[in-house]
Design a protein around this ligand. Structure first.
Ligand code: SAH
Length: 464
């Protein structure tokens, strides 16, 4: 973000605009929507420009802009269409420390004017730092279609009522009120009674909300999926959007957390393999305490919450505390990894069963039914298997597994840094050690990537 978007209060500000033609007129049209004091420096103003300046009350000086003009200016727009003249104005502006925009000259400007969707007081600014003006225009027209003209009217009436609405407790009560106003009551009132009825509708709604008993807190245990934000369910997204408190695992990446409201409280309770972790009882206490305080808590877990996620510990603690909870499933790492390598997890004639197992538990490396897993055609998704690769390999070989059994390791499935290692049981430990994988990885025992997906050339190069 080389250009940082901010909204400048234009009340009582002087904005200078230099130019006599069409370019200056386009900027003047935009600036005239603000309360700024506008001065136009136009040695040879085109009639249309002069007329418009008069219409919007901008001062028109039929001369060039000089250093003295810059004293109280907040912004200067150089819109003369003449590179040398624009450069002269730029030098003056720099000397006076006034922020400058040269129209259609990104490199020469201190600030740029975004594409704007104007539903004042709601305004959307779209900028691409000059990289893709076409894209900015497309986004703008899409938003203009989506945001009804009436949004501005609703927001203006809402702004007047802000103080009265402070009678509602801060946080969710107020948010719920505004959501109902903007998306239901407000549009309905506008349609039936017009803008005149809006104030009454707003106050009736406020009285209703003031007389409601506060909603009890609750906890949703939500699967965030394997990491890609678009692999979350719609319900998960909705719950995140409504959450007051988000208690999340270390596995949940930032782009997913950004789907929650900015004001939500985020609590990281990372539990990483052998690394530092928040004790389970502490996580339970946090959920209970926030829900008791009336918050909507989302307990966000990587993948599916019911798979190696200590889910029952948490739901039992919540039930014991008398707190309402529900589970929202997510896409588990095994499904995401199978999708990455273009393979199915079960297949008629190959494996009728699939085991989901973990190579480590709270006590360290975890024993399994190795004999069964060593049978030809057995398929298992081994979670938390990265550090246990050597152990798993040793146990399986000891129980007679074929050394040529495929084992595909998928790290960071569905994320930009996803990696696939198509290994065999005999090369599992060395292959993993050599590849120095970073991030969560799952071992798919008995599965090889569909031929087209294999990154074999890359792997061979890596293994030297
Ligand atoms: N509830 C989670 C699993 C939690 S255990 C789920 O359903 O996926 C943590 C383990 O999940 C990691 O050690 C790793 O083996 C696996 N895992 C989670 N996300 C992964 C991803 N994006 N790619 C590969 N493995 C992943």
């Amino acid at each position: 973000m080389q250009h940082f978007p901010i909204y400048l209060n234009m009340t009582n500000r002087d904005v200078l605009l230099a130019g006599s033609g069409e370019i200056a007129l386009a900027k003047l049209r935009l600036l005239a929507r603000t309360p700024a004091r506008l001065t136009l420096f136009a040695p040879n103003p085109e009639p249309e420009l002069a007329d418009f300046a008069a219409e919007v009350g901008a001062a028109l000086l039929p001369r060039m802009l000089y250093a003295n003009d810059l004293h109280n200016a907040a912004l200067v727009y150089a819109a003369t269409g003449d590179a040398a003249e624009d450069a002269r104005i730029a030098r003056l502006a720099r000397g006076a420390g006034v922020l400058l925009n040269i129209v259609d000259n990104l490199a020469g400007s201190d600030f740029i004017t975004p594409a704007i969707v104007d539903r004042a007081p709601v305004t959307v600014a779209i900028g691409t730092e000059g990289a893709a003006p076409v894209l900015a225009r497309a986004i703008k027209s899409e938003l203009e279609e989506r945001l009804p003209e009436s949004l501005g009217t609703l927001a203006r009436a809402g702004k007047i009522a802000r103080e009265a609405v402070e009678a509602l407790p801060q946080g969710r009560a107020r948010r719920d009120f505004w959501a109902e106003y903007y998306f239901e009551t407000g549009p309905h009132a506008l349609e039936t009674t017009g803008a005149g009825g809006l104030g009454d509708a707003l106050h009736t709604l406020l009285q209703q909300h003031l007389s409601q008993a506060p909603e009890a807190g609750r906890v949703d245990l939500v699967g965030a999926g394997p990491g890609a934000a678009d692999l979350m369910t719609l319900r998960a997204r909705k719950l995140l959007d409504q959450a007051d408190v988000v208690i999340h695992d270390g596995l949940v990446p930032q782009p997913i957390l950004e789907l929650a409201r900015r004001e939500a409280q985020f609590i990281a309770v990372g539990k990483q393999g052998f690394g530092p972790s928040t004790p389970q009882h502490r996580i339970n206490e946090l959920m209970v305490a926030h829900a008791r305080a009336g918050a909507r808590v989302v307990r966000l877990k990587g993948g599916d919450p019911s798979i190696f996620g200590r889910l029952d510990d948490e739901t039992e603690a919540l039930s014991a505390a008398g707190i309402d909870w529900a589970i929202t499933p997510g896409i588990t790492a095994a499904s995401a990894a199978a999708a990455c390598i273009g393979t199915s997890l079960t297949r008629r004639g190959r494996n009728q069963a699939l085991q989901l197992l973990t190579a480590q538990d709270v006590d360290g490396l975890a024993e399994q039914d190795w004999k069964n897993l060593s049978l030809p055609d057995s398929v298992a998704a081994i979670y938390m298997g990265k550090r246990a690769a050597r152990f798993v390999q040793g146990r399986l070989l000891m129980h007679g597994a074929d050394p040529a059994t495929p084992v595909t390791v998928v790290a960071n499935a569905s994320r930009p840094d996803q990696r696939i290692l198509p290994l065999m049981l005999e090369s599992l430990a060395t292959g993993m050690a050599d590849s120095a994988l970073k991030g969560p990885a799952i071992l798919l025992l008995g599965l090889a990537p569909a031929a087209a997906r294999a990154e074999l050339p890359q792997l061979l190069a890596e293994l030297g």
